[in-house]
Write a protein that binds this ligand. Structure first.
Ligand code: GSH
Length: 288
C-alpha cells in the first residue's frame, strides 16, 4: 500500500487484500454468501440474528422495552452473529439480509416468515407491529421518523468515517480525521440544540428515534466509542449527556445492551438471549 501522500489512484480499482485495516479479513467488494450455513431457529415468534454493536443494540433495547410494556408477542430469541468470523456471509444469514450486516430479524408469527433488515426498518416494523414508541399523531410520528432517518444517514459519518479513520485505519490520515471529527462534532451540536428544548429527541415522548440515536451518540458522549471522548470534548454536549443518562437509567436499556455482547465485563454479556430469565442468571453471576 502506498503512503497516503504518494497515492495516485490507478485508472481501474482492483481489490488488493489485505489492506491492513481492522476489518480487512472479512471486507470484500462483492456481495452474496461465502459458505452454506442455515440459521438456528428458536421457539419464539421473533428470531433476531445480531451482535451487541450500536446497530445491534437498537433492536434489543426496543424488544426489551416492548416486553417491559407487557407485549408478550415481543418475546424473542437473539442469536449471535460473529461478524469478525464472517458469519454474516453464511447462506442462511444472506437470505434474511442480502446486505450481510447485523441486525437482521425474522418474524415467524404469521403464515409466512417476514424478513426485516436495516436497523431503522426493524425499529419501525416493531413499533408499528406493537403500536408503541411511535406517536400516533401525524406531526409526532413524522418528527420521530425525521430523527430516525437522521440517525441512519448520520451514523455512517461517525462509525464508517470518524471511528474508522481515528481508531481502525492502519495509518492516521490528518485530512480524514479532521473531516470526520468536524462532521461528528456538528452532529453532536445538532442533537445538543434539539435536546436543550426537548426532553427526548422527537419531543416529550421517548420513541424509536431515541432508541436509534442513543447507542451511537449517547455511547459517544459516555466515552464508550473509539477512545475518543477527550479528543472530541464530549463533555461540552451537556444536553446530550443529560439525555443519555436518562436513557441509560432504564431497565430495558440496561438489558438490551447486554444481549449479544462480546466485549466488556463478562457479567454484562448475555451472548444469546432466549428467555427473560436469562438475565437473572447474569445478575446472579454479578452478585457472586
Ligand atoms: N445501515 C445498517 C448498518 C449495519 C451495520 O453496519 N452492521 C455492521 C455491524 S454494526 C455489520 O454487520 N458489519 C459487518 C460487515 O460489514 O461485514 C443498519 O443500520 O442496520
Amino acid at each position: 500500500m502506498a503512503d497516503s501522500h504518494d497515492y495516485q489512484p490507478p485508472k481501474v480499482w482492483t481489490w488488493s487484500n489485505p489492506n491492513g485495516g481492522k476489518f480487512s479479513s472479512t471486507n470484500r467488494p462483492i456481495a452474496g454468501a461465502t459458505h452454506e450455513k442455515d440459521l438456528p431457529v428458536g421457539k419464539h415468534p421473533l428470531q433476531l440474528y445480531s451482535l451487541g454493536t450500536p446497530n445491534g443494540v437498537k433492536v434489543t433495547i426496543l424488544l426489551e422495552e416492548l416486553l417491559a410494556l407487557g407485549h408478550k408477542g415481543a418475546e424473542y430469541d437473539a442469536w449471535l452473529i460473529k461478524i469478525g468470523d464472517g458469519d454474516q456471509f453464511g447462506s442462511g444469514f444472506v437470505e434474511v439480509n442480502p446486505n450481510s450486516k447485523i441486525p437482521a430479524l425474522l418474524d415467524r408469527s404469521g403464515p409466512k416468515p417476514i424478513r426485516v433488515f436495516e436497523s431503522g426498518s426493524i425499529l419501525l416494523y416493531l413499533a408499528e407491529k406493537f403500536d408503541a414508541f411511535i406517536p400516533k399523531d401525524i406531526a409526532g410520528r413524522t418528527e420521530t421518523l425525521n430523527w430516525l432517518f437522521w440517525q441512519m444517514g448520520s451514523a455512517p459519518y461517525l462509525g464508517g468515517g470518524f471511528g474508522h479513520f481515528y481508531a481502525y485505519a492502519p495509518t492516521k490520515i490528518e485530512y480524514a480525521i479532521d473531516r470526520f471529527a468536524m462532521e461528528v462534532k456538528r452532529e453532536l451540536d445538532v442533537l445538543d440544540r434539539r435536546l436543550a428544548e426537548n426532553a427526548y429527541i422527537a419531543g416529550d415522548q421517548y420513541t424509536i428515534a431515541d432508541i436509534a440515536i442513543f447507542p451511537w451518540y449517547g455511547g459517544l458522549v459516555k466515552g464508550w466509542s473509539y477512545g475518543a471522548a477527550e479528543f472530541l470534548s464530549v463533555q461540552e454536549y451537556k444536553n446530550v449527556q443529560r439525555w443519555a443518562d436518562a436513557i441509560l437509567a432504564r431497565t430495558a436499556v440496561k438489558r438490551g445492551r447486554m444481549v449479544n455482547r462480546l466485549t466488556g465485563d463478562p457479567s454484562e454479556q448475555l451472548r444469546e438471549r432466549h428467555e427473560a430469565s436469562d438475565f437473572d442468571t447474569k445478575t446472579q453471576d454479578k452478585m457472586a
